[in-house]
Write a protein of this length. Sequence first.
Length: 459
Amino acid sequence: MNAIMAGTVRRDLSLSRGGRFNRPSDWQSFERLTRDLYQRLLGDHDTDLHGRSGQAQGGVDVFGSDHRTGQVVGVQCKGRDDPAGQAAGHLSEGELRAEVAKAATFHPPIDKYVILTTGANDAALQAIAREITAIHAREGRFSVEVHAWDWIESHLAEHVDLAVGYGLIAVCQPSAAPRRASPIAVAIGARLAHAIDLMNVDRHEDDFFTVQRLASRVGYDSWHRLEEILDGVADVGETELRHVAASLGIHFDWLFEGKATPFLPDLDTHTANVEEIYDAIMLARPDRLVFVRRRDEEHGHYDIAIALKHDDARWEVLPECFPGSDRVGGGGARALFDLCRLVRRLEARWAMDLDLLITGIHLAGDDFQQLIEGEIYPGAVLRRLYNDPWWQDFGGLRTDLVKGDEPPAVTLRNAIAVVRHQLAGARDSAKRSKYWADALEWGRFRLRPPPDGKHELDD
């Protein structure tokens, strides 16, 4: 059972005092239970089974990464035949050392190796695991832990839904007390509700993002799970919330802890390299790309941002902003030149791949600021399919097509003049530097000036 979907099972069961869990009925169930439990313990939604029965597994049945430490963790499941978990069901020292030797061949190398057994605790075996760990530490190798069924039971008590889903409940009774909403869960639910409200700004009621519609997007079998999270009564973990946030384009730190803003761009992906930005866009394969230019006549700001529409609900604003006028220094002039390279490369790709729609827009200063700071849902201001061709005029260096004497038009023509000046310098540098020659080729600029009276166009 997927950990994300765990909330769809009954959650009105609680262990009675002295209650115990049955052991899994077969080997495959034990492996799947281990996978689902470790998805939660590691906070890693990608934790999964390694290989399948009959394949060489390098001593590892389940592997994943601990989101807190970054360690790669491998887990080996050792079911015992003795149903009572007595002495006959103990893991032997020879088995332990043999499994550790196999784990040394696992690729990529692991940082922690855990053996889970359905047998009883064995202090001597745990002492051997500590000795191996000490030796491995001196050699820069993985640590070793051995956990028996009582350790597994202690964690199942914290994740009763897994025990229910795998049929491991031995003694259970209906909970007499109603579920209580914790203050933290209530705050998370309120933030999620606020994000959904922002997503529905200026949308027609027939096109609202409803709980049912969004629950399906997240991947829930039932909309009731998302409703529980909104109401603050869900026993929801960090891994599940990360999945919800990623599915809806919501900033996780804001949803989980109230930090930053609802739709803040992912600052971890910040890069000023336009070739890396282009590669990231191509990897994301968005449905639509929007060049957004700020129009703030009062202060003269004309910054440029790039927004991506991934699907019907999920938008992303790239964290890198470019200058959008001639009011720049040397670094800003180079940034304008690089932006022109990026526009040209994307427009050329658009001509080959009609699945990528590119449009442009001017936004008022307040809306632009809220957009790049993640305070508003990008789709609320960018949803309309309208193209302001300023970005095409800029990419083509066509000052003749930029009409009018309003500040946005004047500063755009002047910005084009800055790029032309940078282009002239780049041509001179290209004669001496392969770097500049490659930069010009990537941007599809001509290496020689066009004939007099002609415009600077793509080859």
